[in-house]
Design a binder for this molecule. Structure first.
Ligand code: NDP
Length: 487
């Protein structure tokens, strides 16, 4: 081995002679444009950032593996789930939703729980949250909803008025906001929270039978909240508290793990279940569909480079593998487009060729060229159909399963309008001390709202979910539950 020191080079590989002094005309003179090393250094520095994600901008990630612990092959033919003991490499990214890339980790916000499984049949991405439900149930409302969570376009300040105006006029959000203002709304660490696929998905077995499925990743570390006072203190002292916690745990060999369970609904049940199973603002009761164990996820390796592996990680709920398909959930349907489209804008049309995103199996298709293309197919055939047996062919066994549809094409709301039962059930299952903290969190969050009309509308929703919840929040805000709601 050579004793020679590693040489500093330009991006084109030429050794750099001086990295401390630019080339000037004379000792004190202006800089010469022929100092191409300086030009490249300054120009590249200006281009170090890609656009941050509009949502889920602040996050951290880790590598790990998923191991099957229970035979569920009668429900899905997904190859990575088809054998007890089988291990699949995976990568996870945790995040907050509303804050910018430098914002504090310990805010009250849902947490992204996005997993990429590198399976033999392509990448399967499960892009979930630490909540089993969501604020809205039709993607057409998503840009407006996120506008209310971000900064006011005039003041550039966070705007509780917009938040509660939107929520109070979108009562389907009540279940999720109750979850969010409970103890789980500020997780102690990313290790101490569960992850949920949230949406309903479709599983298909090797006989072509379809089932509806919901995913639950249950933390082996336990579920713990941080508490508002500590969270606020840490937001000032250590805004990267959750990133640091995960990084240190893995560096110290204290590998966090989650057990994966699923709820399985027979295909036909969806037509008659008491809740619309494709409404992401509702759960399926575990009394009706108990959890079935699937496997275990272990995080055991930190990224070597944050930008390459975490910032450029591109998850899409549309990355399915044979045996796992979309459901008609209207929020999911919008996300199938939205995520990949965001990455095409943020990282580029060829983002799936980056090491963190590329599948472990061979990729064969007729997508060619484009910015930053790393590999194209070989040979001269980049079209289909063609007469060459050597070219990649479709696999009819991997076709998605048929799905019956009925009715008229129209813009219609969901037919379930009961936004209160499940939100109330959630509040009622909390211990009394958590109930009080939840009420306090609501009161603090709503207090700055300017219009009483908005507060009273929201109080009416709380009251319909649970009388104690409505009455105590009204009292905390110096208001009363409207009489017409009490009748
Ligand atoms: P169950 O009693 O069978 O399940 C209740 C679930 O609630 C538990 O499994 C637990 O989920 C979760 N939970 C417990 N304490 C809290 C808390 N303090 N904050 C948030 N979640 C908590 O009843 P059902 O399945 O019939 O559901 C009743 C209500 O529970 C629902 O309306 C929903 O709000 C809530 N819930 C239901 C979930 C589901 O998938 N059915 C999942 C999460 C909440 P976990 O083990 O995931 O922590």
């Amino acid at each position: 081995m050579s004793n020679e020191k590693k040489k500093l080079t330009t991006a084109s590989g030429a050794p750099v002679g001086d990295n401390q002094n630019s080339i000037t005309a004379g000792h004190r003179g202006p800089i010469l444009i022929q100092d191409v090393h300086l030009l490249e250094k300054l120009a590249h520095f200006n281009r170090e950032r890609v656009p941050e994600r509009v949502v889920h901008a602040k996050g951290g990630g880790a590598h790990g593996y998923f191991e099957v612990t229970n035979d569920i092959s009668k429900y899905t033919k997904a190859s990575f789930l088809n054998e007890v003991g089988k291990r699949t490499p995976m990568f996870i990214r945790f995040s907050t939703v509303a804050g910018e890339i430098g914002s504090a980790d310990t805010v009250r916000d849902p947490r992204g729980f996005a997993i990429k499984f590198y399976t033999e049949e392509g990448n399967y991405d499960l892009v979930g949250n630490n909540t089993p439900i969501f604020f809205i149930r039709d993607a057409i409302k998503f840009p407006d909803f996120i506008h209310t969570q971000k900064r006011n376009p005039k003041t550039h300040l966070k705007d509780p008025n917009a938040v509660w105006d939107f929520w109070s006029l979108s009562p389907e959000s009540l279940h999720q906001i109750t979850y969010l203002h409970g103890d789980r709304g500020i997780p102690a660490t990313w290790r101490h929270m569960n992850g949920y696929g949230s949406h309903t998905f479709k599983w298909v077995n090797d006989q072509g039978e379809a089932f509806w499925v919901k995913y639950h990743f249950i933390s082996e570390q336990g579920v713990k909240g941080l508490g508002e006072d500590l969270a606020e203190k840490l937001a000032g002292e250590n805004p990267d508290y959750h990133i640091e916690d995960l990084y240190n745990a893995i560096e110290n060999g204290d590998y966090p793990a989650w057990k994966l369970y699923v709820q399985i609904m027979p295909y036909e049940d969806a037509k008659t279940y008491k809740w619309d199973p494709f409404d992401v603002t509702k759960v399926w009761s575990q009394k009706d569909y108990p959890r079935i164990e699937v496997g275990r996820m272990v995080l055991d390796r930190n990224p070597e480079n944050y930008f390459a592996e975490v910032e450029q990680a591109a998850f899409s709920p549309g990355n399915f593998v044979p045996g796992i398909e979309a459901s008609p959930d209207k929020m999911l349907q919008g996300r199938l487009f939205g995520y990949s489209d965001a990455h095409r804008y943020r990282i580029g049309a060829n983002h799936q060729q980056l090491p963190i995103n590329r599948p472990i199996n061979e990729v064969n298709n007729n997508q060619y060229d484009g910015q930053m293309r790393y590999t194209n197919g070989t040979g001269s055939v980049n079209y289909e159909p063609n007469s060459y047996d050597t070219e990649p062919k479709e696999d009819p066994a991997s076709k998605t399963s048929p799905f019956e549809v009925y009715g008229e094409a129209d813009s219609v709301p969901y037919d379930h309008e009961d936004h209160y039962t499940q939100a109330g059930d959630l509040f009622r299952l909390m211990e009394q001390d958590e109930k009080e903290r939840t009420i306090k969190a609501f009161v603090n969050h709503m207090a700055p709202v300017e219009k009483d009309e908005i507060k009273l509308r929201q109080i009416s929703h709380f009251y319909k979910a649970d009388r104690e919840l409505g009455e105590k929040i009204a009292k905390g805000l110096g208001l009363a539950v409207p009489e017409e709601v009490k009748q």
